[in-house]
Ligand binder design. Structure first.
Ligand SMILES: [Zn+2]
Length: 429
């Protein structure tokens, strides 16, 4: 291994504040065989962060931040990839300790400057990548058993969510982590779900429209409108792009014994199957099930089908989606004959575990129950739907793309305002 240290170690002392003096840094950078760059940030007072970061040259060249290579206002790469040299090597390197920058000259004669902060945030070590994935990409989920429902479910006031960005962020974060959150004290108006959706982004429209009403409707086309018990299910498993989050606003609650919501963390049930019944788990992750919905709404006929396992995994084995609906499962089961019986055995286990774990609770008028439809199963106990005993819920969906985006924007704005206030603090000391 050839290591060339091009620049001498430079030590700078920032005198603006005591805090900065604590963080006196030396910055070193070197080329390792042209294909890799080593950057060492040496924090004198804190030896634990004294470590060398290693970056591939090709990645650095690809991500040059200059105006020629990167369009600043759209934050987009504009480097010409038709002529991009994947064998590019660094030919010279220096550091600017005052600006905390690393300056690299490349074999294509281009010169790039990289801020140390920018490099820090993109370090390739496991710890940094995991932190980015768990905290910024998508908050790390915490799975829960039904008995833990009360402790894991956070509640927020409607007005706080609508008026305070920090509460909005907390609500969305709770939804991402636990998959459920309750918003209380919403006005008893049909527009509440739209107001909440607009606060995040916009409503996800489905075959059933934007807002939908859940109440007992004689002659209903959809099973959810009956006052019979509603078995556990996820909504719209027959969509390839399944709506992500349910927002259910309770305007009138049945005074009968029934009408309780049932909720189960599908990821927790999947965890249990994975460890207690690994063969069934594998069957439920591998067998494609035909989910369907046939009907008409507002005079338009539809026929939706999507084939997917009950438990969907990504290439790392993380859950990406749970599908479960007895009514919305097609009689077409497009799998080889030998796959049918094992699937029924495994699915029955999943359904039984979920039913036993379900937590029952009743929302009151003004409550908005929000939960992750990709992950949680929901249902409802039956209720006596007479003329004087009605239940009236307005619902809408949101998509995770829109929610995660909003969450990142809120987090970035919050981090920037913390930086701004600490910069102001420094100026006044
Ligand atoms: Zn450039």
């Amino acid at each position: 291994m050839i290591v060339r240290t091009v620049s001498a170690m430079t030590r700078i002392t920032e005198s603006a504040s005591c805090l900065q003096q604590m963080q006196r840094r030396t910055l070193k950078a070197s080329i390792e065989t042209g294909k890799y760059i080593l950057v060492q940030r040496d924090q004198i007072e804190n030896s634990s962060s004294n470590k060398t970061m290693k970056f591939p040259s090709v990645w650095l060249r690809d991500n040059c931040c200059c105006d020629q290579c990167f369009h600043q206002s759209s934050k987009s790469r504009r480097i010409n990839w038709d002529h991009f040299d994947t064998e590019v090597e660094a030919t010279d390197i220096k550091v600017d300790s005052n600006a905390q920058q690393v300056i690299i000259k490349w074999s294509d004669e281009h010169v790039s400057r990289y801020d140390l902060k920018w490099l820090n945030e993109r370090e390739f070590c496991d710890e940094r990548r995991q932190k980015y994935l768990d905290e910024f990409y998508r908050p790390k989920t915490k799975h829960w058993a039904g008995a833990e429902f009360r402790e894991i479910t956070k509640t927020f006031k409607f007005q706080d969510v609508m008026q305070t960005d920090d509460v909005l962020r907390q609500w969305l974060e709770a939804l991402a982590i636990s998959g459920v959150a309750i918003i209380e004290d919403a006005p008893l108006e049909k527009s509440v779900v739209r107001q909440l959706a607009d606060r995040v982004g916009f409503i996800r429209r489905t075959t059933y429209g934007e807002e939908f009403i859940v109440q007992s409707k004689p002659g209903a086309k959809n099973y959810a409108y009956l006052s019979e018990p509603l078995p556990l299910h996820t909504d719209l498993p027959y969509y390839e792009y399944k709506p992500s989050v349910n927002i259910l606003h309770c305007l009138v609650q049945s005074k009968s014994e029934g009408g309780s919501n049932l909720l189960v963390d599908g990821f927790h049930i999947a965890d249990r199957l994975r460890y207690e019944y690994p063969t069934d788990f594998r069957v439920l992750t591998e067998t494609l099930v035909d989910w369907n919905d046939i009907g008409s709404e507002d005079g338009r006929s539809f026929h939706n089908i999507w084939r997917a396992p009950v438990i969907c995994l990504d290439s790392d084995g993380n859950y990406t989606r749970i599908n479960h609906s007895i009514p919305q499962r097609d009689s077409h089961f497009s799998v080889p004959l030998h796959a049918v019986l094992p699937w029924y055995q495994a699915y029955a286990k999943f359904v039984r575990l979920a039913r036993r774990d379900a937590f029952a609770f009743k929302t009151k008028p003004g409550d908005v129950l929000t939960f992750n439809n990709i992950r949680l199963l929901h249902g409802r106990t039956g209720y006596d739907d007479t003329e004087h005993n009605v239940r009236y819920i307005v619902g809408a969906y949101l998509d995770w793309d829109i929610i995660y985006s909003r969450l990142r924007v809120l987090k970035t704005a919050q981090a920037e305002s913390v930086n701004d206030s600490s910069a102001t603090g420094k100026a006044t000391t």
